[in-house]
Design a protein around this ligand. Structure first.
Ligand code: DGT
Ligand code: CA
Ligand code: CA
Length: 574
């Protein structure tokens, strides 16, 4: 049974939850939460790293003990610690922690005093007025719990793209190994590279349907088979991710790919076009009366409607059909267009690898240059740089560059933008650098006017070059701060600055619509990995996906430029 990073992260989260309910040492709890985070964000499967003989202790927050626990989970699919903790408290208790307003203390009280173990029992206890009597609860809390449980029931869970990719990759490989299977494609929002996906939609062509559906339902990771017919099946994986499978004929493969890639809005727009031409389009093909005029090939389906093939990332009915009609579809940026990366950290601050290791890894994925941009001193938790440490790293980069072949390190900083818009390091220090990446890491809840002004003033600094993760959101965890992004983009244009599209799967910040806005205003976007280890360059693919959803072409992206062209663009005095 393949164990994915998200599964390991879930084990660590549950361990942390259970330790917390038991009132364990907060440091120990935090260690498991940090490890869950590290595993959850790791771009390569821990299993693959172990198979390659990599030392997991190099990962952030993973020491001897946690590395051994990861190995145990990968090797056995189980965690003896979690099993022990589950024996101590019933398994469902941790689900209560996911109800807003219920922390470990309250969960413990509910469990001990009312024997509440599940969300249903919690609901009944609240409805029957039994909770208000507990010490520290009261009537208001009881009502809040009731509301929270109702809201919890209607919330559907979405998976971050990078997490869904782990499940999709493994399942695709499995299906490809099923006898008789010819083509396997993941369609839906996954193929459109949406930042989160609700479920996976998989298309298969095969010599015989029956075996495929059977083998799909028998996949190791399947927790529940929702339905299984002769050409379609739906299952829920152990992770909670739903997967819909369709087995289609070769003659319909292209049409099915269009239909199940969606989006729904795009499909509806396509059908309207077909109607105007007196054609009918569905998942089986494009039909004139009863004659199929296209179906096996996706491009041919579009062509039969008088359109060129439209890249999946654009299929949201946001103008792509009109652009296709007019022959004005963008030539979207591709991963291979990237020449460099302008945001990365090393172990000198909160990263995990050395300058040289980061440089070699960047070269390995085909980049020509890499900017090292450590945090600045204001970010104490990340051991941010003061001027002396920054100067020392600059010297080190100057010494290292001549030894590096085929990759150039650039000197940068990810400097904190302070509340008043000043930068965390003096101008003369920043002046020595090749570029200055500025970021908001504090005071997220300023008013829209103040937050916007703060960023505009930061860009006024003579050496400011790139605004990092401009919206500040963390998917599922933190909303973006309130800013006037159009004003920021226009100010960047005036000041000769650039905006980052942070490719970290938890950030993907700028949003696709904001990429489009920047493009219209003529502001170049830098697709940056924000790598904290040499494995994190893999994030860039998700950044490219988001950029493509934002209609960006090679020329709209700063780091598709050659190093010499980049240097000219970074020099704001020219
Ligand atoms: P998700 O799963 O919420 O992230 O988003 P999608 O886009 O993957 O949506 P999903 O899984 O419900 O359906 C997959 C595709 O199937 C969708 O993108 C378009 C197509 N589809 C589903 N329902 C309809 C429908 O009622 N009408 C049309 N025209 N297409 C549909
Ligand atoms: Ca889907
Ligand atoms: Ca679906």
């Amino acid at each position: 049974m393949p164990v994915h990073n998200a599964d390991i992260a879930a084990v660590f989260e549950e361990i942390a939850d259970r330790l917390e309910i038991q009132g364990a040492n907060p440091f120990r709890i935090r260690a498991y939460r940090n490890a869950a985070r590290t595993l959850g964000e790791l771009p390569q499967e821990a299993r693959a790293l172990l198979e390659k003989g990599e030392d997991l202790r190099r990962l952030p927050g993973i020491g001897e003990d946690l590395a051994a626990k990861v190995s145990e989970i990968v090797d056995t699919g189980r965690s003896s610690l979690l099993e022990r903790l589950r024996r101590e408290l019933p398994p469902a208790v941790t689900e209560l922690l996911h109800i807003p307003g219920l922390g470990p203390k309250r969960v413990k009280a509910l469990y001990h005093d009312l024997e509440v173990q599940t969300v249903e029992q919690l609901y009944r206890a609240a409805r029957d007025g039994r909770i208000r009597a507990l010490p520290g609860f009261g009537e208001k809390t009881e009502l809040n719990i009731l509301r929270a449980v109702e809201a919890h029931a209607t919330k559907t869970r979405r998976f971050k793209l990078a997490v869904a990719a782990q499940y999709a990759d493994a399942l695709t490989a499995y299906l490809q190994g099923v006898p008789g299977v010819r083509q396997v494609a993941v369609a839906g929002s996954f193929r459109r590279m949406r930042e989160t996906v609700g479920d996976l939609d998989i298309l298969v062509t095969a010599a015989a349907n029956k075996g495929v559906i059977q083998r799909f339902s028998a996949y190791d990771e399947v927790a529940e088979v929702l339905s299984a017919g002769s050409t379609r099946a739906s299952v829920v994986l152990k992770s909670g991710l739903q997967v819909d499978l369709r087995v289609v004929e070769e003659a319909s493969y292209g049409a099915a790919l269009v239909y199940f890639t969606g989006s729904k809005a795009h499909n509806i727009a396509i059908r309207r076009i077909a109607q105007k031409l007196g054609l009918k389009v569905n998942e089986y093909g494009v039909f004139r009366n009863s004659e199929r005029i296209a179906g096996d090939d996706e491009a041919a389906v579009y062509n039969s409607l008088g359109l060129p093939w439209i890249p999946p990332e654009l299929r949201e009915d946001r103008g792509e059909i009109e652009a296709a009609h007019a022959g004005r579809l963008p030539r979207l940026v591709e991963f291979a267009d990237l020449r460099g990366d302008l945001h990365a950290h090393t172990k000198a601050t909160d990263g995990h690898d050395s300058l040289r290791e980061m440089a070699l890894a960047a070269k390995e994925i085909g980049l020509d240059y890499l900017a090292i941009t450590e945090h600045s001193r204001h970010l104490g938790v990340a051991r941010g740089f003061d001027p002396q440490r920054l100067a020392r790293q600059c010297d080190e980069i100057d010494r290292l560059n001549p030894e590096l072949d085929g990759i150039t390190l650039l000197k940068g900083i990810e400097v904190d933008i302070l509340e008043d818009g000043s930068l965390d390091l003096p101008d003369e220090v920043l002046g020595r650098l090749d570029l200055v990446v500025g970021a908001v890491h504090s005071q997220f809840s300023l008013s829209r006017a103040k937050q916007t002004e703060r960023i505009l003033r930061a860009m006024d600094h003579p050496h400011f070059t790139v605004l990092a993760h401009p919206g500040g959101r963390l998917i599922d965890r933190r909303d973006p701060y309130d800013v006037d992004m159009l004003r920021i983009i226009r100010h960047a244009r005036q000041r000769g600055c650039f905006l980052e599209l942070n490719a970290h799967p938890e950030r993907l910040d700028l949003l696709d619509s904001q990429c489009q806005m920047a493009k219209e205003e003529g502001v170049l976007i830098s697709i940056n990995s924000d790598a904290h280890s040499r494995l994190d360059f893999a994030h860039l693919r998700y950044g490219v996906g988001q950029a493509r959803r934002g209609w960006l072409e090679k020329n709209d992206v700063l780091n598709t430029r050659s190093l010499s062209a980049l240097r000219r663009l970074l020099d704001r005095t020219m």
